[in-house]
Design a protein around this ligand. Sequence first.
Ligand SMILES: [Fe+2]
Ligand SMILES: [Fe+2]
Length: 182
Amino acid sequence: MHFAIASSVHDIGKFYDMDYYIASKNYDIERIKKHLFHSYYMLNSESQSLKVIYTVAFHHEYYGLGYGPFNSIYLAKKTANPHHYSKNIISYDVYDVLNCDSIAYFPSKMLEIVDVYDTISHPWFDDQPLQADTIEVALNKMRKHFIEEEVKIDPILFDVFVGYLEELTQRDLSLYSKLKFK
Ligand SMILES: [Fe+2]
Ligand SMILES: [Fe+2]
């Protein structure tokens, strides 16, 4: 249930900068980053559960290659305890992530995939290099740019997502989830 809520409000912080999101064609990463923090404060003030708040807050982390609050949380942890190490890559328990026992939050990693897919296959993304007109092109671009070149989205969850789309479309999309091992 919390995943459904988080997904539907994951970009609610963009509300604070509608001029940019509606009218601007210039890619401004510093401005874009702010939507996460606005979302965080909005959901916090509505007393949403920690699961909802952090599913949203961590949805652009991309395993350390994106942006979001986890880096600051991790640095604070390492400063307090230089010997700390994270035992897990991914956890379904938000406290594991907040305590840095895990470096990624499972619901956020799922949301990242859905969010990237939704963004690059959206018509308003038409002037961007990653724009995709078909499911196959979208999955190919995601695999190339978000897994093969740099591991940003989770490869196993990506396979699950491809399987979900196969069920939905009754098409064989398995080709688009295959990792290439060099
Ligand atoms: Fe976002
Ligand atoms: Fe989004």
